[in-house]
Design a protein. Structure first.
Length: 92
């Protein structure tokens, strides 16, 4: 599913919005989610799941082609944990 598909679905299901207005709403939601995650805050969407930004430390790794040891730099990663309801829907 693409962002355009999401806009189309919002336009159909909610009604009362033009495609342009629906696109602005979807874009606003995505920008809000992005800004919240960049700040490092957690996003909890009830009955859907949690988005959490975690910090990973630098660690030693190995280049699989050469076997040479390298340092994998510290970074932030985004994790998603599905709610029980979403997991149940996916596995039924």
């Amino acid at each position: 599913m693409t962002k355009a598909d999401i806009v189309e679905t919002v336009c159909e299901k909610v009604g009362g919005f033009s495609k342009k207005e629906a696109a602005e709403i979807v874009e606003t939601v995505f920008e809000t989610v992005k800004a919240t995650l960049v700040k490092g805050d957690k996003i909890k969407i009830t009955r859907f799941g949690n988005f959490i930004v975690r910090d990973k430390r630098a660690r030693a790794g190995r280049n699989p082609q050469t076997g040479q040891e390298i340092t994998i730099s510290a970074r932030r990663v985004l994790t998603f944990k599905a709610s029980q309801l979403l997991n149940k829907a996916l596995n039924s």
